[in-house]
Ligand binder design. Structure first.
Ligand code: AMP
Length: 191
């Protein structure tokens, strides 16, 4: 499947200085959501992928969920599975405050459990490894508020319509990956 991460797509628009990137940057740095219309237009360009898509970070509002339904209806593709990775707020804050990412290829690292081999340098592309602006404490606090207000209702929306697979996503990356594989009936090896 093609991995479609709206966050990664937006960060690459910001890095290339496109019109969408310039619009998105302010929202992203504050931990706010980018307007629905821009996100929906961006995702619509990629959704009709014959190998199927794994949506990551989308839909994040009820309007986006409705737009996804319409887009999938039009191309005759179903939502096969929804996975909810459940993590409590304290653990989320701990993970975000120890996360760093490669500025070039966006590989994420975690300073507690998965550091780059050379400090500040990406293992894969030798790009600079930095703290995301939206992983700074003020933005993280706002992201939690935005999640409660706008994104938590999306979980209720899907839970009332179809089976949502819940993975308690605490523990090491390896343990979470094993739980995820079990939950979705996959046997892909870790790394
Ligand atoms: P992420 O990498 O998924 O945490 O996304 C980083 C930031 O990109 C978010 O805090 C939002 O500002 C923006 N973003 C990503 N996906 C969406 C979305 N589906 N709707 C609105 N904004 C988004």
């Amino acid at each position: 499947m093609t991995h479609l991460s709206t966050g990664d797509m937006l960060r690459s628009e910001v890095a290339s200085g496109t019109e969408l990137g310039l619009l998105a940057k302010g929202f992203m740095d504050n931990g706010d959501l980018v307007p629905d219309s821009s996100i929906i237009a961006m995702i619509q360009q990629h959704i009709a992928d014959p190998s199927g898509v794994l949506l990551d970070g989308f839909p994040r509002t009820l309007i986006q969920a409705e737009a996804l339904n319409e887009a999938l209806d039009q191309i005759g593709l179903p939502v096969d599975q929804i996975v909810y990775m459940a993590v409590n707020i304290d653990e989320l804050i701990r993970r975000l405050s120890s996360r760093v990412v490669c500025k070039e290829c966006q590989t994420p690292y975690n300073l507690e459990v998965d550091r780059p081999i050379k400090f500040g340098i990406c293992d894969h592309c030798a790009g600079e490894v930095i703290v995301r602006d939206d992983d700074r404490p003020a933005a993280v606090k706002n992201r939690m508020k935005v999640y409660e207000e706008l994104t938590a209702p999306v979980l209720d929306y899907y839970q009332s319509r179809m089976n949502v697979v819940e993975v308690i996503a605490t523990g090491t990356p390896d343990a979470v990956f094993r739980k995820l594989n079990e939950a979705i009936g996959s046997d892909v090896p870790f790394n």
